[in-house]
Design a protein around this ligand. Sequence first.
Ligand code: GTP
Ligand code: MG
Length: 464
Amino acid sequence: MANSEYEYVKREFEFESRLPPSNWIVVRIDGCHFHRFSKIHTFEKPNDESALRLMNACATSMLEKFPDIVFAYGVSDEYSFVFREETEFYQRRESKILSLCVSYFTSMYVMKWKDFFPNKELKEPPYFDGRVVCYPNLKTIRDYLAWRQVDCHINNQYNTCFWLLVKSGKTEKEAQQALKGTFSKDKNELLLQQFQINYDDELAMFRKGSCVYRDKDLSFGKSISTFSEKLVTTLKKCSINLTGVSGREEKCRYEYVKKFDINHRIPPCNWTVVSINANQFEQFSLTHSFDKPNDETALRLMNASASLMLELFPDIVFGYGFSNEYSFVFQEKTELYQRQESLILSSCTSCFTSFYMMKWKDFFPNKDLVEPPHFEAELLCYPKQKIGTLSKDKNELLFQQFQLNYNNEPAMFRKGSCTYRQKVEEYVEVEGSENITRERWDVIVEHVDLGMEFWRKRPYILSR
Ligand code: GTP
Ligand code: MG
Protein backbone atom coordinates (compact mmCIF):
# COMPACT_ATOMS: atom_id res chain seq x y z
CA MET A 1 0.00 0.00 0.00
CA ALA A 2 3.04 2.28 0.22
CA ASN A 3 3.22 5.02 -2.44
CA SER A 4 -0.51 4.87 -2.98
CA GLU A 5 -2.67 7.97 -2.83
CA TYR A 6 -5.10 5.86 -0.84
CA GLU A 7 -2.61 4.81 1.80
CA TYR A 8 -4.25 7.10 4.32
CA VAL A 9 -7.39 4.93 4.45
CA LYS A 10 -5.42 2.29 6.25
CA ARG A 11 -3.18 4.55 8.30
CA GLU A 12 -5.93 6.77 9.65
CA PHE A 13 -8.80 4.43 10.24
CA GLU A 14 -7.24 1.27 11.49
CA PHE A 15 -7.22 0.86 15.23
CA GLU A 16 -4.37 -1.22 16.40
CA SER A 17 -5.38 -1.65 19.95
CA ARG A 18 -2.66 -3.31 22.00
CA LEU A 19 -3.44 -5.09 25.21
CA PRO A 20 -1.81 -3.76 28.39
CA PRO A 21 1.46 -5.39 29.50
CA SER A 22 1.69 -7.64 32.58
CA ASN A 23 -1.84 -8.90 32.26
CA TRP A 24 -3.11 -12.38 31.70
CA ILE A 25 -4.88 -12.33 28.36
CA VAL A 26 -7.96 -14.52 28.05
CA VAL A 27 -9.59 -15.27 24.71
CA ARG A 28 -13.02 -16.74 25.31
CA ILE A 29 -14.77 -18.23 22.33
CA ASP A 30 -18.38 -19.36 22.18
CA GLY A 31 -20.28 -21.32 19.55
CA CYS A 32 -22.69 -19.14 17.54
CA HIS A 33 -26.25 -20.47 17.54
CA PHE A 34 -25.14 -23.79 18.99
CA HIS A 35 -28.63 -24.37 20.25
CA ARG A 36 -29.61 -24.79 16.61
CA PHE A 37 -26.31 -26.42 15.58
CA SER A 38 -26.64 -29.10 18.28
CA LYS A 39 -30.23 -29.79 17.24
CA ILE A 40 -29.40 -30.15 13.55
CA HIS A 41 -26.58 -32.53 14.38
CA THR A 42 -28.67 -34.42 16.95
CA PHE A 43 -26.32 -33.94 19.87
CA GLU A 44 -27.33 -35.90 22.93
CA LYS A 45 -29.02 -33.92 25.67
CA PRO A 46 -27.90 -32.35 27.88
CA ASN A 47 -24.32 -33.40 27.14
CA ASP A 48 -22.97 -34.97 24.01
CA GLU A 49 -19.72 -36.67 24.92
CA SER A 50 -18.38 -36.69 21.35
CA ALA A 51 -19.16 -33.02 20.89
CA LEU A 52 -17.33 -32.15 24.09
CA ARG A 53 -14.37 -34.33 23.17
CA LEU A 54 -14.22 -32.59 19.81
CA MET A 55 -14.07 -29.22 21.59
CA ASN A 56 -11.28 -30.60 23.82
CA ALA A 57 -9.32 -31.90 20.84
CA CYS A 58 -9.53 -28.45 19.21
CA ALA A 59 -8.36 -26.83 22.44
CA THR A 60 -5.41 -29.22 22.61
CA SER A 61 -4.48 -28.26 19.03
CA MET A 62 -4.60 -24.62 20.11
CA LEU A 63 -2.02 -25.27 22.84
CA GLU A 64 0.13 -27.13 20.34
CA LYS A 65 -0.10 -24.34 17.78
CA PHE A 66 0.29 -21.36 20.10
CA PRO A 67 3.04 -21.89 22.70
CA ASP A 68 1.99 -18.83 24.68
CA ILE A 69 -1.36 -20.31 25.63
CA VAL A 70 -0.70 -21.89 29.02
CA PHE A 71 -4.14 -23.04 30.04
CA ALA A 72 -7.57 -23.62 28.55
CA TYR A 73 -10.90 -24.26 30.18
CA GLY A 74 -13.95 -25.44 28.30
CA VAL A 75 -17.59 -26.13 28.94
CA SER A 76 -20.51 -26.65 26.56
CA ASP A 77 -19.86 -24.60 23.40
CA GLU A 78 -17.32 -22.28 24.98
CA TYR A 79 -13.58 -22.36 25.62
CA SER A 80 -11.31 -19.89 27.41
CA PHE A 81 -7.65 -19.66 26.44
CA VAL A 82 -5.23 -18.09 28.88
CA PHE A 83 -2.06 -16.55 27.43
CA ARG A 84 0.96 -16.22 29.66
CA GLU A 85 1.18 -12.90 31.44
CA GLU A 86 4.16 -11.54 29.49
CA THR A 87 3.23 -12.86 26.06
CA GLU A 88 4.39 -10.80 23.10
CA PHE A 89 2.22 -12.77 20.69
CA TYR A 90 1.41 -10.40 17.79
CA GLN A 91 2.80 -7.58 19.96
CA ARG A 92 -0.34 -8.07 22.02
CA ARG A 93 -2.52 -6.68 19.20
CA GLU A 94 -6.05 -7.48 20.21
CA SER A 95 -7.71 -8.01 16.83
CA LYS A 96 -4.91 -10.23 15.54
CA ILE A 97 -4.88 -12.44 18.61
CA LEU A 98 -8.66 -12.72 18.72
CA SER A 99 -9.25 -13.38 15.03
CA LEU A 100 -6.44 -15.88 14.70
CA CYS A 101 -7.52 -17.84 17.77
CA VAL A 102 -11.14 -18.07 16.77
CA SER A 103 -10.29 -18.93 13.16
CA TYR A 104 -7.78 -21.63 14.07
CA PHE A 105 -10.21 -23.16 16.55
CA THR A 106 -12.97 -23.17 13.90
CA SER A 107 -10.63 -24.72 11.38
CA MET A 108 -9.70 -27.52 13.76
CA TYR A 109 -13.38 -28.08 14.59
CA VAL A 110 -14.22 -28.67 10.93
CA MET A 111 -11.04 -30.71 10.29
CA LYS A 112 -11.60 -32.99 13.26
CA TRP A 113 -15.36 -33.35 12.95
CA LYS A 114 -15.12 -36.67 11.11
CA ASP A 115 -12.83 -38.14 13.82
CA PHE A 116 -15.53 -37.63 16.43
CA PHE A 117 -18.62 -38.04 14.28
CA PRO A 118 -17.63 -40.61 11.64
CA ASN A 119 -21.27 -41.25 10.80
CA LYS A 120 -22.56 -37.70 10.86
CA GLU A 121 -22.30 -35.27 8.00
CA LEU A 122 -21.44 -31.70 8.94
CA LYS A 123 -24.63 -30.08 7.68
CA GLU A 124 -24.02 -26.46 8.55
CA PRO A 125 -20.86 -24.47 9.08
CA PRO A 126 -19.99 -24.25 12.77
CA TYR A 127 -18.71 -20.85 13.79
CA PHE A 128 -17.72 -19.06 16.96
CA ASP A 129 -17.55 -15.57 18.33
CA GLY A 130 -14.91 -14.45 20.74
CA ARG A 131 -13.78 -11.74 23.09
CA VAL A 132 -10.55 -10.78 24.78
CA VAL A 133 -10.36 -9.97 28.46
CA CYS A 134 -7.29 -8.93 30.47
CA TYR A 135 -6.82 -9.98 34.08
CA PRO A 136 -4.16 -8.11 36.03
CA ASN A 137 -3.01 -10.77 38.50
CA LEU A 138 -3.16 -14.40 39.55
CA LYS A 139 -6.11 -13.91 41.85
CA THR A 140 -8.32 -12.40 39.17
CA ILE A 141 -7.41 -14.96 36.53
CA ARG A 142 -8.14 -17.77 38.98
CA ASP A 143 -11.42 -16.16 39.94
CA TYR A 144 -12.29 -15.82 36.28
CA LEU A 145 -11.78 -19.56 35.72
CA ALA A 146 -13.64 -20.37 38.90
CA TRP A 147 -16.55 -18.24 37.67
CA ARG A 148 -16.71 -20.18 34.42
CA GLN A 149 -16.68 -23.43 36.40
CA VAL A 150 -19.42 -22.28 38.74
CA ASP A 151 -21.45 -21.49 35.63
CA CYS A 152 -20.71 -24.97 34.32
CA HIS A 153 -21.87 -26.54 37.57
CA ILE A 154 -25.08 -24.54 37.80
CA ASN A 155 -26.02 -25.12 34.16
CA ASN A 156 -25.10 -28.77 34.11
CA GLN A 157 -26.92 -29.67 37.29
CA TYR A 158 -30.02 -27.86 36.06
CA ASN A 159 -29.84 -29.41 32.58
CA THR A 160 -29.27 -32.91 33.97
CA CYS A 161 -32.47 -32.62 36.05
CA PHE A 162 -34.40 -30.89 33.29
CA TRP A 163 -33.73 -33.50 30.59
CA LEU A 164 -34.31 -36.44 32.94
CA LEU A 165 -37.70 -34.97 33.83
CA VAL A 166 -38.51 -34.45 30.15
CA LYS A 167 -37.33 -37.94 29.22
CA SER A 168 -39.52 -39.34 32.02
CA GLY A 169 -42.63 -37.81 30.41
CA LYS A 170 -42.94 -34.24 31.65
CA THR A 171 -43.38 -31.44 29.14
CA GLU A 172 -40.57 -28.88 28.97
CA LYS A 173 -42.83 -26.37 30.70
CA GLU A 174 -43.62 -28.80 33.52
CA ALA A 175 -39.94 -29.64 33.96
CA GLN A 176 -39.11 -25.94 34.13
CA GLN A 177 -41.84 -25.44 36.71
CA ALA A 178 -40.61 -28.37 38.81
CA LEU A 179 -37.12 -26.85 39.00
CA LYS A 180 -38.16 -23.27 39.64
CA GLY A 181 -36.62 -21.87 42.80
CA THR A 182 -34.74 -25.04 43.70
CA PHE A 183 -31.25 -24.95 45.22
CA SER A 184 -28.32 -27.18 44.40
CA LYS A 185 -29.09 -29.61 47.23
CA ASP A 186 -32.75 -29.85 46.14
CA LYS A 187 -31.64 -30.85 42.66
CA ASN A 188 -29.27 -33.48 44.07
CA GLU A 189 -32.15 -34.78 46.15
CA LEU A 190 -34.47 -34.86 43.14
CA LEU A 191 -31.91 -36.84 41.12
CA LEU A 192 -31.47 -39.32 43.92
CA GLN A 193 -35.16 -39.71 44.83
CA GLN A 194 -36.73 -39.73 41.38
CA PHE A 195 -33.98 -41.21 39.26
CA GLN A 196 -31.67 -43.00 41.72
CA ILE A 197 -28.77 -40.98 40.36
CA ASN A 198 -25.97 -39.66 42.48
CA TYR A 199 -24.96 -36.40 40.79
CA ASP A 200 -21.34 -36.95 41.81
CA ASP A 201 -21.26 -40.12 39.74
CA GLU A 202 -21.93 -38.21 36.53
CA LEU A 203 -18.93 -37.82 34.20
CA ALA A 204 -16.44 -35.29 35.58
CA MET A 205 -16.27 -33.73 32.12
CA PHE A 206 -19.97 -32.90 32.37
CA ARG A 207 -19.87 -31.70 35.96
CA LYS A 208 -16.62 -29.79 36.00
CA GLY A 209 -15.78 -28.91 32.40
CA SER A 210 -12.39 -29.59 30.84
CA CYS A 211 -8.92 -28.20 31.51
CA VAL A 212 -6.11 -28.39 28.99
CA TYR A 213 -2.53 -27.53 29.92
CA ARG A 214 1.01 -28.76 29.46
CA ASP A 215 2.32 -31.07 32.08
CA LYS A 216 6.04 -31.10 32.79
CA ASP A 217 6.01 -34.87 32.82
CA LEU A 218 4.41 -35.09 29.41
CA SER A 219 5.95 -34.62 26.01
CA PHE A 220 4.68 -31.07 25.71
CA GLY A 221 8.01 -30.03 27.20
CA LYS A 222 9.38 -27.61 29.71
CA SER A 223 9.16 -24.37 27.84
CA ILE A 224 6.66 -22.77 30.17
CA SER A 225 7.93 -19.80 32.11
CA THR A 226 8.06 -19.55 35.86
CA PHE A 227 4.94 -17.43 35.97
CA SER A 228 3.05 -19.80 33.78
CA GLU A 229 4.22 -22.66 35.91
CA LYS A 230 2.88 -20.83 38.91
CA LEU A 231 -0.54 -20.55 37.27
CA VAL A 232 -0.52 -24.08 35.97
CA THR A 233 0.61 -25.52 39.29
CA THR A 234 -1.98 -23.52 41.13
CA LEU A 235 -4.69 -24.55 38.76
CA LYS A 236 -3.47 -28.11 38.54
CA LYS A 237 -4.01 -28.56 42.21
CA CYS A 238 -7.60 -27.56 41.77
CA SER A 239 -8.12 -28.58 38.18
CA ILE A 240 -10.71 -31.08 39.26
CA ASN A 241 -12.36 -28.23 41.03
CA LEU A 242 -11.37 -24.75 39.96
CA THR A 243 -13.81 -23.16 42.34
CA GLY A 244 -12.63 -24.80 45.51
CA VAL A 245 -16.23 -24.77 46.69
CA SER A 246 -18.13 -27.69 45.40
CA GLY A 247 -21.89 -27.71 45.15
CA ARG A 248 -22.54 -24.23 46.44
CA GLU A 249 -24.25 -21.78 44.16
CA GLU A 250 -22.20 -18.74 44.84
CA LYS A 251 -22.09 -17.24 41.43
CA CYS A 252 -22.33 -13.77 42.86
CA ARG A 253 -18.93 -14.16 44.52
CA TYR A 254 -17.47 -14.09 41.03
CA GLU A 255 -19.67 -11.32 39.67
CA TYR A 256 -16.82 -8.81 39.81
CA VAL A 257 -14.71 -10.71 37.27
CA LYS A 258 -17.24 -9.68 34.64
CA LYS A 259 -16.16 -6.08 35.16
CA PHE A 260 -12.88 -6.76 33.37
CA ASP A 261 -14.81 -7.56 30.21
CA ILE A 262 -14.90 -4.24 28.39
CA ASN A 263 -16.86 -4.32 25.16
CA HIS A 264 -15.83 -1.68 22.68
CA ARG A 265 -18.64 -0.59 20.43
CA ILE A 266 -18.25 0.88 16.99
CA PRO A 267 -19.19 4.55 17.11
CA PRO A 268 -22.47 5.45 15.37
CA CYS A 269 -22.54 6.74 11.79
CA ASN A 270 -19.44 4.86 10.78
CA TRP A 271 -18.96 2.21 8.17
CA THR A 272 -17.40 -0.92 9.48
CA VAL A 273 -15.04 -2.97 7.39
CA VAL A 274 -13.82 -6.38 8.43
CA SER A 275 -10.71 -7.24 6.49
CA ILE A 276 -9.85 -10.93 6.54
CA ASN A 277 -6.47 -12.27 5.53
CA ALA A 278 -5.21 -15.84 5.26
CA ASN A 279 -2.48 -16.58 7.77
CA GLN A 280 0.66 -18.50 6.74
CA PHE A 281 -0.83 -18.68 3.24
CA GLU A 282 2.53 -19.25 1.59
CA GLN A 283 2.85 -22.56 3.38
CA PHE A 284 -0.82 -23.41 2.86
CA SER A 285 -0.69 -22.79 -0.90
CA LEU A 286 2.54 -24.78 -1.18
CA THR A 287 1.04 -27.76 0.64
CA HIS A 288 -2.03 -27.68 -1.58
CA SER A 289 0.03 -26.96 -4.74
CA PHE A 290 -1.83 -23.81 -5.75
CA ASP A 291 -0.83 -22.28 -9.09
CA LYS A 292 1.46 -19.30 -8.86
CA PRO A 293 0.92 -16.39 -8.76
CA ASN A 294 -2.84 -16.91 -8.99
CA ASP A 295 -4.74 -20.08 -8.52
CA GLU A 296 -8.06 -19.50 -10.21
CA THR A 297 -9.83 -22.24 -8.28
CA ALA A 298 -8.54 -20.93 -4.96
CA LEU A 299 -9.80 -17.44 -5.84
CA ARG A 300 -13.18 -18.84 -6.82
CA LEU A 301 -13.32 -20.62 -3.48
CA MET A 302 -12.66 -17.28 -1.74
CA ASN A 303 -15.47 -15.70 -3.80
CA ALA A 304 -17.89 -18.52 -2.99
CA SER A 305 -17.13 -18.13 0.71
CA ALA A 306 -17.66 -14.38 0.41
CA SER A 307 -21.03 -14.88 -1.31
CA LEU A 308 -22.13 -17.10 1.56
CA MET A 309 -21.07 -14.38 3.98
CA LEU A 310 -23.46 -11.96 2.24
CA GLU A 311 -26.20 -14.53 2.53
CA LEU A 312 -25.63 -15.15 6.22
CA PHE A 313 -25.02 -11.55 7.27
CA PRO A 314 -27.68 -9.29 5.70
CA ASP A 315 -25.82 -6.24 7.01
CA ILE A 316 -22.81 -6.87 4.79
CA VAL A 317 -23.44 -4.71 1.74
CA PHE A 318 -20.25 -5.24 -0.19
CA GLY A 319 -17.27 -7.55 -0.35
CA TYR A 320 -13.98 -7.04 -2.11
CA GLY A 321 -11.30 -9.68 -2.43
CA PHE A 322 -8.03 -10.41 -4.11
CA SER A 323 -5.26 -12.90 -3.51
CA ASN A 324 -5.67 -14.28 0.00
CA GLU A 325 -7.75 -11.52 1.49
CA TYR A 326 -11.35 -10.35 1.56
CA SER A 327 -12.86 -7.18 2.99
CA PHE A 328 -16.48 -6.91 4.00
CA VAL A 329 -18.32 -3.61 4.31
CA PHE A 330 -21.18 -3.43 6.79
CA GLN A 331 -24.01 -1.01 6.32
CA GLU A 332 -23.56 2.15 8.30
CA LYS A 333 -26.37 1.53 10.75
CA THR A 334 -25.70 -2.12 11.44
CA GLU A 335 -26.82 -3.30 14.86
CA LEU A 336 -25.12 -6.66 14.56
CA TYR A 337 -24.00 -7.68 18.06
CA GLN A 338 -25.04 -4.18 19.20
CA ARG A 339 -21.96 -3.00 17.27
CA GLN A 340 -19.57 -4.79 19.62
CA GLU A 341 -16.25 -4.82 17.80
CA SER A 342 -14.83 -8.10 19.02
CA LEU A 343 -18.00 -10.08 18.36
CA ILE A 344 -18.35 -8.75 14.81
CA LEU A 345 -14.67 -9.32 14.05
CA SER A 346 -14.50 -12.80 15.50
CA SER A 347 -17.77 -14.20 14.18
CA CYS A 348 -16.97 -12.97 10.64
CA THR A 349 -13.49 -14.47 10.67
CA SER A 350 -14.75 -17.74 12.09
CA CYS A 351 -17.64 -17.95 9.66
CA PHE A 352 -15.45 -17.22 6.66
CA THR A 353 -13.04 -19.96 7.81
CA SER A 354 -15.90 -22.42 8.13
CA PHE A 355 -17.37 -21.59 4.70
CA TYR A 356 -13.94 -21.88 3.09
CA MET A 357 -13.48 -25.36 4.50
CA MET A 358 -17.00 -26.58 3.84
CA LYS A 359 -16.82 -25.44 0.21
CA TRP A 360 -13.31 -26.85 -0.33
CA LYS A 361 -14.44 -30.14 -1.86
CA ASP A 362 -16.70 -28.37 -4.41
CA PHE A 363 -13.72 -26.52 -5.80
CA PHE A 364 -10.95 -29.06 -5.21
CA PRO A 365 -12.68 -32.45 -5.61
CA ASN A 366 -9.33 -34.15 -6.10
CA LYS A 367 -7.37 -32.41 -3.40
CA ASP A 368 -7.66 -33.22 0.26
CA LEU A 369 -7.59 -30.37 2.71
CA VAL A 370 -4.56 -31.52 4.67
CA GLU A 371 -3.70 -28.38 6.61
CA PRO A 372 -6.07 -26.14 8.52
CA PRO A 373 -6.60 -22.86 6.69
CA HIS A 374 -6.75 -20.02 9.16
CA PHE A 375 -7.33 -16.32 8.87
CA GLU A 376 -6.57 -13.19 10.81
CA ALA A 377 -8.61 -10.05 10.58
CA GLU A 378 -8.89 -6.45 11.54
CA LEU A 379 -11.76 -4.11 11.89
CA LEU A 380 -11.67 -0.69 10.34
CA CYS A 381 -14.04 2.20 10.81
CA TYR A 382 -14.71 4.81 8.17
CA PRO A 383 -16.79 7.95 8.26
CA LYS A 384 -19.41 7.82 5.52
CA GLN A 385 -17.78 9.88 2.76
CA LYS A 386 -14.56 7.86 2.74
CA ILE A 387 -16.02 4.49 1.94
CA GLY A 388 -16.02 4.75 -1.87
CA THR A 389 -12.24 4.94 -2.01
CA LEU A 390 -11.80 1.89 0.11
CA SER A 391 -11.83 -0.92 -2.37
CA LYS A 392 -10.23 1.21 -5.02
CA ASP A 393 -7.24 1.32 -2.77
CA LYS A 394 -7.16 -2.46 -2.75
CA ASN A 395 -7.32 -2.38 -6.55
CA GLU A 396 -4.31 -0.09 -6.64
CA LEU A 397 -2.43 -2.57 -4.58
CA LEU A 398 -3.48 -5.35 -6.89
CA PHE A 399 -2.19 -3.51 -9.94
CA GLN A 400 1.10 -2.96 -8.22
CA GLN A 401 1.39 -6.62 -7.41
CA PHE A 402 0.97 -7.97 -10.91
CA GLN A 403 2.99 -5.73 -13.22
CA LEU A 404 3.69 -8.55 -15.64
CA ASN A 405 1.34 -8.41 -18.66
CA TYR A 406 -1.50 -7.78 -16.33
CA ASN A 407 -3.80 -6.49 -19.05
CA ASN A 408 -3.87 -9.95 -20.56
CA GLU A 409 -4.57 -11.66 -17.30
CA PRO A 410 -8.14 -12.60 -16.41
CA ALA A 411 -10.04 -9.71 -14.87
CA MET A 412 -10.35 -11.64 -11.64
CA PHE A 413 -6.56 -11.57 -11.24
CA ARG A 414 -6.16 -7.94 -12.30
CA LYS A 415 -9.09 -6.30 -10.62
CA GLY A 416 -9.96 -8.62 -7.79
CA SER A 417 -13.52 -9.62 -7.04
CA CYS A 418 -16.47 -7.64 -5.76
CA THR A 419 -19.39 -9.30 -4.13
CA TYR A 420 -22.72 -7.54 -3.74
CA ARG A 421 -26.46 -7.95 -4.07
CA GLN A 422 -28.32 -7.20 -7.25
CA LYS A 423 -32.05 -7.09 -7.83
CA VAL A 424 -32.89 -9.75 -10.38
CA GLU A 425 -36.65 -9.81 -10.30
CA GLU A 426 -39.66 -7.83 -9.19
CA TYR A 427 -43.00 -9.58 -9.12
CA VAL A 428 -46.45 -9.16 -7.73
CA GLU A 429 -47.99 -11.70 -5.42
CA VAL A 430 -51.60 -11.83 -4.40
CA GLU A 431 -52.03 -12.19 -0.65
CA GLY A 432 -55.71 -12.31 0.30
CA SER A 433 -57.22 -9.32 -1.44
CA GLU A 434 -53.94 -7.42 -1.64
CA ASN A 435 -51.31 -7.26 -4.34
CA ILE A 436 -47.86 -7.28 -2.79
CA THR A 437 -44.76 -6.35 -4.76
CA ARG A 438 -41.83 -8.57 -3.95
CA GLU A 439 -38.20 -8.46 -5.04
CA ARG A 440 -35.62 -11.12 -5.53
CA TRP A 441 -32.00 -10.22 -4.96
CA ASP A 442 -29.04 -12.39 -5.83
CA VAL A 443 -25.50 -12.17 -4.59
CA ILE A 444 -23.22 -11.62 -7.53
CA VAL A 445 -19.45 -11.66 -8.00
CA GLU A 446 -17.82 -9.30 -10.52
CA HIS A 447 -14.33 -8.27 -11.53
CA VAL A 448 -14.60 -4.63 -12.45
CA ASP A 449 -13.04 -1.23 -11.82
CA LEU A 450 -14.19 0.29 -8.60
CA GLY A 451 -14.08 3.90 -9.71
CA MET A 452 -16.81 6.53 -9.30
CA GLU A 453 -18.57 5.06 -12.34
CA PHE A 454 -19.16 1.79 -10.51
CA TRP A 455 -20.71 3.47 -7.48
CA ARG A 456 -22.78 5.90 -9.60
CA LYS A 457 -24.41 3.00 -11.40
CA ARG A 458 -25.12 1.12 -8.22
CA PRO A 459 -25.97 3.78 -5.65
CA TYR A 460 -28.13 1.38 -3.67
CA ILE A 461 -25.16 -0.70 -2.46
CA LEU A 462 -23.89 1.85 0.02
CA SER A 463 -27.05 3.81 0.60
CA ARG A 464 -29.52 1.20 1.71
P1 GTP B 1 -25.20 -17.78 21.00
O1 GTP B 1 -23.98 -18.27 21.70
O2 GTP B 1 -25.74 -16.54 21.59
O3 GTP B 1 -25.02 -17.69 19.53
O4 GTP B 1 -26.37 -18.88 21.22
P2 GTP B 1 -26.25 -20.44 21.48
O5 GTP B 1 -27.41 -21.06 20.80
O6 GTP B 1 -24.91 -20.93 21.10
O7 GTP B 1 -26.48 -20.57 23.04
P3 GTP B 1 -25.45 -20.55 24.27
O8 GTP B 1 -24.07 -20.31 23.82
O9 GTP B 1 -26.01 -19.66 25.30
O10 GTP B 1 -25.59 -22.02 24.83
C1 GTP B 1 -25.02 -23.12 24.20
C2 GTP B 1 -26.10 -24.00 23.65
O11 GTP B 1 -25.50 -25.04 22.88
C3 GTP B 1 -26.89 -24.75 24.71
O12 GTP B 1 -28.01 -24.03 25.09
C4 GTP B 1 -27.29 -26.03 24.02
O13 GTP B 1 -28.49 -25.84 23.33
C5 GTP B 1 -26.19 -26.25 23.00
N1 GTP B 1 -25.23 -27.30 23.45
C6 GTP B 1 -23.96 -27.13 23.87
N2 GTP B 1 -23.41 -28.31 24.21
C7 GTP B 1 -24.35 -29.26 24.00
C8 GTP B 1 -24.39 -30.68 24.14
O14 GTP B 1 -23.42 -31.32 24.55
N3 GTP B 1 -25.55 -31.31 23.80
C9 GTP B 1 -26.64 -30.62 23.35
N4 GTP B 1 -27.74 -31.28 23.03
N5 GTP B 1 -26.62 -29.27 23.20
C10 GTP B 1 -25.51 -28.62 23.52
MG1 MG C 1 -23.14 -20.28 22.03
